[in-house]
Design a protein. Structure first.
Length: 188
């Protein structure tokens, strides 16, 4: 936990730390065969769930970093609490598990299958460490006024909501990965 962060960022920091720990707990006992096992040809493996998060979260690191730097340079500071619009709050809620409505991931976010566990998990941890660092760097900034692109550059969310969206999306796909591991036909 980061006690020197404003409350909202401290919450996001804790969420992402918990997500990282959950992914490590999920994958620790698995071999590569289990890690890449699919419940059906149309359903993702644990590897694909984490690879998808690596792609999506990895693509978020640069825009988050750039907007944090711009916000700092422009002096966009505030201590909160911060208020966000209905649409971004609804979108974050929509991302939370369980996934009641499924959509096909855009091509750029589709995972590569058949990857070794050690590679995927190491990348997951590295990206989450970068995100945790960005949360720390956002401390003191106005999380509602700084806008960050989402999956499409035309749609921007407030910085605070981008962190909330990252955490919700990660929880959604980690739950999907845990469901694979709990599948009755999962190889043991």
């Amino acid at each position: 936990m980061k006690p020197d962060l404003v409350e909202e960022l401290r919450d996001y920091y804790e969420q992402l730390e918990n997500i990282k720990e959950d992914a490590l707990e999920l994958t620790a006992p698995l071999d590569d065969t289990q890690f890449n096992w699919q419940p059906s040809p149309r359903k993702w493996s644990i590897s694909e769930c984490l690879s998808h998060l690596n792609v999506a979260d990895g693509l978020d690191v640069r825009p988050l970093s750039e907007e944090i730097e711009r916000g700092r340079a422009a002096g966009l500071t505030a201590s909160g609490p911060f208020r966000y619009g209905f649409i971004s709050r609804a979108f974050v809620r929509f991302m939370e598990p369980p996934a009641n409505f499924k959509t096909k991931a855009p091509k750029v976010y589709r995972p590569t299958s058949g990857q070794p566990k050690d590679k995927v998990v190491a990348e997951f941890v590295s990206i989450h460490d970068q995100l945790l660092d960005l949360i720390s760097k956002a401390n003191g900034l106005d999380l509602a006024r700084i806008k960050v692109p989402t999956f499409t550059p035309r749609i921007k969310f407030c910085l605070g909501q981008r962190f909330a969206l990252l955490a919700a999306h990660d929880r959604r796909h980690l739950r999907q990965a845990w469901d694979v591991r709990k599948h009755p036909n999962f190889p043991v």
